[in-house]
Design a protein around this ligand. Structure first.
Ligand code: SF4
Ligand code: SF4
Length: 57
């Protein structure tokens, strides 16, 4: 499962630099993950202060 960022994202930007494939980018209300590029490493979830990135169901 690719990871997805939920609405609890506070747009701190920490995850963007941690993603090894560069598939996280800033959108209007939160950061978003390009699911087709995500390799499910979990690095974004590990650095997020609010637990916004989670594996999609
Ligand atoms: Fe990037 Fe890994 Fe997060 Fe997927 S799980 S968005 S590859 S940091
Ligand atoms: Fe949003 Fe968490 Fe990424 Fe910060 S680390 S931009 S709060 S998803």
């Amino acid at each position: 499962m690719a990871y997805a960022i939920d609405d609890s994202c506070i747009k701190c930007g920490a995850c963007e630099a941690e993603c090894p494939v560069g598939c996280i980018s800033e959108a209007q209300s939160k950061y978003v993950i390009d699911a087709s590029s995500c390799v499910e490493c979990g690095a974004c979830a590990a650095v997020c202060p609010v637990g916004a990135p989670n594996p999609e169901n």
